[in-house]
Design a protein around this ligand. Structure first.
Ligand code: HPA
Length: 274
């Protein structure tokens, strides 16, 4: 899509939203979800999938870089009548396609009308009592990419970026949910133990390679944001064994049914507070 790089990213998102409206016949979605490692089954539990298509059928979406990251988009009818847009295709910053590509899905979700953005991921845990397979709420983030999806003098407030209201609803669904500060590294290498120590020292609890840039773009678009991490492993240096992608995928698979049900319940609960 290099030829489209110069196109205004918001115009590109508008075109993508139009594609989705054409593919689904649904002109407005209420809530959008990006499903990261381990969260994919939630799509089946939220409601009735009325349309599912390859993300590449939509303007500005590229092929997923990684097998296991599902590259489809679904329009789902929630039993209470709301519409969810579920994005199973995430472009990671480490793919080197630029930050506009990373946040295109979020801007597209906003252009379809979604007012709430739920961002999920698989991540490493710094808190020592956390266990692989445990979901945690993101309370705030530290963006270590040294990049931003905002261009020019766009000064966006990030106080309460991860909505206290939505976190409280999630905690009503599962009172055992802990929360922490997400630290986004560029990746795709995992962190060194020294970097994890640094992340902890500066106030981080979770380490990962996504979400922060997307959350900033979602806030710019005026959306309310809920962030959830599946702790797939304890971060480097905290767990004694080396990290592996296979381990991350395995932890995601094991936890998938439980956390997907949790997420579907949270989506339902949000509907009761609209
Ligand atoms: N670090 C960064 N990203 C990750 C990790 C981690 O430990 N686990 C899963 N994604």
């Amino acid at each position: 899509m290099a030829s489209r790089k110069e196109e205004n990213p918001f115009a590109l998102a508008q075109r993508a939203a139009k594609d989705i409206a054409n593919l689904t016949g649904v002109t407005e979605h209420d809530i959008a979800l990006t499903l990261g490692s381990g969260w994919a089954q939630a799509a089946d539990l939220i409601g009735e999938t009325t349309h599912e298509f390859d993300a590449t059928a939509v303007t500005g979406f590229s092929k997923p870089a990684l097998a296991g990251h599902v590259g489809t988009i679904r329009s789902i009818l929630i039993p209470d009548g709301r519409r969810a847009l579920v994005i199973g295709a995430r472009t990671h910053y480490y793919e080197g396609r630029g930050v506009r590509s990373v946040v295109h899905s979020v801007r597209t979700a906003a252009a379809t009308g979604a007012k709430i953005m739920i961002l999920t991921n698989g991540a490493g845990g710094i808190k020592r009592h956390w266990r692989p397979g445990q979901p945690v709420l993101i309370s705030d983030h530290i963006n270590l990419t040294a990049d931003s999806p905002l261009e020019g003098a766009t000064f966006v407030d990030l106080t309460d970026l991860y909505s206290a209201r939505l976190r409280s609803i999630a905690r009503e669904v599962d009172p055992s949910l802990d929360e922490g500060v997400y630290v986004q590294f560029r990746g795709p290498h995992y962190e060194t133990p020294a970097e994890v120590k640094m992340a902890e020292t500066i106030g981080g609890d979770i380490v990962g390679m996504s979400t922060s840039l997307e959350a900033i773009a979602a806030r710019e678009a005026g959306m309310e944001i809920l962030g959830l991490s599946l702790i797939t492993n304890l971060a480097a240096g905290i767990q004694e064994t080396p990290l592996s992608h296979a381990e991350v995928v395995e932890a995601g698979k094991e936890a998938e049914s439980v956390i997907s049900k949790l997420l579907a319940d949270v989506v339902e609960a949000i509907g009761t507070r609209a």
